[in-house]
Structures are given as structure tokens and as C-alpha cells.
Design a protein around this ligand. Structure first.
Ligand SMILES: Cc1cc2nc3c(=O)[nH]c(=O)nc-3n(C[C@H](O)[C@H](O)[C@H](O)COP(=O)(O)O)c2cc1C
Ligand SMILES: Nc1ncnc2c1ncn2[C@@H]1O[C@H](COP(=O)(O)OP(=O)(O)OP(=O)(O)O)[C@@H](O)[C@H]1O
Length: 274
């Protein structure tokens, strides 16, 4: 299996540990639920791209087919759900459709809100667990663990988060080591992708050009401080966000950080907050 071989051949011990732990979570989930009962939540972003390749590796290792050649991996019968929004970047949509066809995913495109989309999906399919590319540091990760039941008020299912403890650097180490394709926007300076209305390239990757020509940006993997990953994401309008924009260094303002610290926790490894 090409991804598994790439990681095992790498001398990046940290990446190996992250990979092994994520594969362990995936294999535990696949031991608990049948392949018909699980789904991948995929949105073409870098985190869900990592998750897709980990799931392929975990599934084929689980099946005991370590010696598969590339040709044997074209079909991966995993139900994959994509909530497509009218304000998604075209590059994200194209990447998502291409990935689904390249890896033989069963793609369900849902054009409604998350909750009712999931409710309708569950009426027609026996899904009990959904894999997500959520990482600590994402606003939605607060309070989550590798296995977290869905929140009260949501349809009942298990959220499985194999890369919860991965940092920005881990994500790029994986994508580059495994030489897998990712959405082209990341090579244009986007470091985290929301909608066309709230996402710009990360200004920390801007290449200064005195000629006044169009701005150019370095690729996302060159961002040195993962804490600034969301610097290109404009905050949604709310009384708090209007008065407290994202700071120059990409970190939230101190007030919202304190709020988050009351309910969440942070792990520091070297100079990076996971
Ligand atoms: C498959 C799936 C399951 C989700 N389950 C929950 C949940 O149980 N509880 C919750 O509060 N939000 C849930 N969400 C919503 C996410 O936490 C988050 O609001 C959403 O991904 C939008 O993030 P964004 O605002 O960064 O785009 C879920 C989203 C998806 C795609
Ligand atoms: N529109 C969507 N459709 C399907 N899954 C989604 C959608 N939005 C979010 N998710 C799930 O939530 C996870 C976390 O989303 P998040 O936006 O933080 O990461 P990402 O999109 O993979 O990468 P990036 O941070 O670079 O945009 C995704 O990896 C995916 O599993």
C-alpha cells in the first residue's frame, strides 16, 4: 500500500507515531462498525485529504491486503459525504469530484444544512459512525475526543476523529511524504479554506513585489507557524468578531482565547500549540 510504504520508509519519527496512532483509531472503528455503517466526511480540504489516505491505508491493512499494488486500490467502497455549498471554491469542488472518481469513493453530495442532510442520509443508510478531519485548534474541536458521540440535538452517530492531535506541520509532512494530490488552492497561499466569501490567501505567505504587479503567495506548506493557519479566514460577523479581528499573527484575540481556554485544553509540542 503506497501510503503505508511511504510512511514506513520515512525517517520522520514524529510522523510515524502520528500515522500509527491514527491507523489504530481507524482500525478500532472498523472493528466496531461494518464498512456499510461508516462514512467519511470529505470537503476537499487538506485535513480531509489526509483522512482519506489514512482511511484507505487503514482499510486495506484491516483487510490484510498489505501487498496490494496501486492497481488493486482503485476501488474503496467507502460512503463519502460532501456538503456542497453554492459559495464553495470551484477548485474545491473539482478536487472533491476528482478524488472521488480516482479512489472509487461512493460520493453523496448533500446540498442542505449539516443536520437535516445527515437526518435524511440516516433514513436511507445504516450509518453509525462518521470519520472527520477535525484537529485540536479547529474551532469545532473543543471538547471532542477521538471517539465523540454527536452533540445533543444532532442525529445519533459516533464522530471518529483520527487526526485530532495532528498539527498543521504534521498534515503537511504527511501530504508531502506520501506525495498525494491536494487541492490546488494550497499552492496559491491558502492555508485553511472556507467559502469564497470568507477566505483569502494567508498574508504571511505573501511574496513582496515592488513592481506593483498582482500579489504572489508561497505554498501553504511553507507556513512556518501553524498557529497562523486560519489567518486567511475572515471571521463571521458577530458582536465579538466585529470588535476583535484576527490578530496579525493569526491567533485569535486574547479575550476569545481565554474563553476557549475555559472550555478546552492545549498541548504544546516544541514551539507549536496542537
Ligand atoms: C459530518 C458532520 C458531523 C457533525 N456533527 C456535529 C455535531 O455532532 N455537533 C456539532 O455541534 N456540530 C457538528 N458538525 C458541525 C461542525 O462542528 C461545524 O460546525 C461544521 O463543520 C462547519 O464548520 P465551519 O464553520 O468551520 O465551516 C458536524 C459537521 C459534519 C460535516
Ligand atoms: N462541507 C463539508 N462537507 C463534508 N465534510 C465537511 C465539510 N466541512 C467540514 N467537514 C468535515 O470537517 C473536517 C474539518 O473541517 P476543516 O475545514 O477544519 O478542515 P479541512 O477543510 O479538511 O481543511 P482546511 O482547514 O484546510 O480547510 C473536514 O476535514 C471534514 O471531515
Amino acid at each position: 500500500m503506497e501510503v503505508d510504504q511511504a510512511i514506513r520508509g520515512s525517517d520522520d519519527m514524529r510522523l510515524k507515531t502520528k500515522y500509527n496512532n491514527a491507523i489504530y483509531v481507524i482500525q478500532r472503528a472498523l472493528a466496531l462498525y461494518s464498512i456499510e455503517e461508516v462514512a467519511l466526511s470529505f470537503n476537499g480540504g487538506k485535513d480531509s485529504t489526509v483522512l482519506l489516505h489514512l482511511l484507505r491505508a487503514g482499510y486495506f491493512l484491516h483487510k490484510g491486503e498489505q501487498s496490494c499494488s496501486n492497481g488493486g486500490l482503485t476501488s474503496f467502497p467507502l460512503r463519502t459525504i460532501y456538503f456542497e455549498s453554492p459559495s464553495a471554491f470551484p477548485e474545491i469542488n473539482t478536487f472533491t469530484y476528482d478524488a472521488a472518481s480516482r479512489y472509487g469513493l461512493q460520493l453523496d453530495i448533500i446540498r442542505s444544512d449539516f443536520k437535516s442532510g445527515l437526518e435524511n442520509l440516516f433514513k436511507a443508510n445504516p450509518i453509525r459512525a462518521i470519520f472527520l478531519g477535525v484537529r485540536i485548534g479547529d474551532p469545532t474541536a473543543v471538547g471532542q475526543e477521538q471517539f465523540s458521540p454527536s452533540s445533543p440535538g444532532w442525529p445519533p452517530f459516533m464522530r471518529v476523529n483520527p487526526i485530532l492531535d495532528w498539527s498543521y506541520r504534521d498534515v503537511w509532512a504527511f501530504l508531502l511524504t506520501c506525495k498525494v494530490q491536494y487541492c490546488s488552492l494550497y499552492d496559491q497561499g491558502y492555508t485553511s479554506i472556507g467559502s469564497i466569501h470568507d477566505t483569502t490567501p494567508n498574508s504571511l505567505l505573501c511574496i513582496s513585489d515592488s513592481s506593483g504587479h498582482k500579489e504572489k503567495f508561497k505554498p501553504a506548506y511553507l507556513l512556518s507557524d501553524g498557529r497562523s493557519e486560519r489567518a486567511g479566514r475572515v471571521k463571521k460577523c458577530s458582536p465579538i468578531s466585529q470588535s476583535s479581528p484576527v490578530a496579525e499573527d493569526g491567533l485569535d484575540d486574547p479575550e476569545s482565547q481565554v474563553k476557549r481556554m475555559r472550555t478546552g485544553s492545549a498541548i504544546a509540542v516544541g514551539d507549536e500549540i496542537l
